[in-house]
Design a binder for this molecule. Structure first.
Ligand code: TMP
Length: 237
């Protein structure tokens, strides 16, 4: 697979074209941002952790029948993916109150969300990714009503698959962000599933083992990413 030009550079990843128009390469960087890039930093080794963890989880989801963009791992930081036309919605399943949900509802961090819910955010950097409703999705033509039903159902299914898998590794899946995209008239799960895009708490101590350590200056950021890697990838999962 030949790597061609850079198509897009995001905050944490670079996407390259390949000699196959239907395939791209995602390169995972160590760069970290928070609060719509107001805060910037580096988390050493993060790209490797996010690439490998995403690969492990995409493979597990694919085995369970979830269509994903993952096609293979090319190197420590490079993943071969199906090229998607990304749906501009950040899809957030939540099992436990944390982050912006705590701020918006006044509920305390740590309260169980039963049954789990799915929130939608408009993927727009200039607007700072505001929360949107199904009606906004329809109004903005971000997805058809049929696509949105499928996306929300799939997000809950992915949550139901990942929660027990992570629990077996001593990790509580608090909430996480998914992105979907279209290719050849079908929808696929895209992007990544990593400590950048998930809240993961240690099942015994409730210690935060994700990007909140960077967002909130909690220290031991690299150590948290390495611990998640050790549990999910290092052990052969
Ligand atoms: P939130 O509580 O800030 O809305 O975040 C919900 C989840 O989404 C959390 O697991 C972190 C993830 N997330 C991203 O992946 N990218 C983002 O830009 C933000 C704000 C959150």
């Amino acid at each position: 697979m030949e790597k061609r030009q850079k198509i897009y550079e995001g905050k944490a990843k670079i996407v390259y074209s390949t000699d196959d128009p239907g395939k791209v390469i995602q390169y995972f960087k160590d760069d970290a941002t928070a609060f719509n890039a107001l805060k910037r930093g580096t988390i050493l080794g993060k790209g490797v952790v996010n690439n490998k963890m995403s690969a492990v989880l995409f493979e597990r989801l694919a085995k369970a029948g979830v269509p994903t963009h993952y096609l293979g791992t090319l190197s420590e930081r490079e993943m071969l993916c199906r090229r998607l036309d990304i749906v501009k919605i950040e899809v957030i399943p939540r099992n436990i109150v944390a982050g912006s949900l705590a701020k918006r509802t006044g509920l305390e961090e740590g309260v169980a969300v039963k049954p789990p819910i799915v929130e939608l955010f408009y993927k727009s950097d200039p607007l700072g990714d505001p929360m949107i409703t199904d009606e906004h999705v329809r109004m903005l033509k971000l997805a058809t009503p049929k696509e949105l039903v499928w996306i929300k159902r799939m997000a809950l299914r992915i949550n139901a698959l990942l929660r027990p898998l992570l629990k077996r590794k001593g990790l509580i899946l608090v909430d996480f962000k998914l992105e979907f995209g279209r290719a050849g008239g079908k929808l696929y799960l895209g992007d990544e599933i990593s400590p950048d895009t998930c809240r993961l708490w240690d099942a015994d101590t409730l210690e935060k083992l994700d990007k909140d350590r960077f967002r909130r200056d909690l220290g031991r950021v690299e150590e948290a990413y390495q611990e998640v890697y050790r549990r999910l990838v290092g052990s052969g999962s």
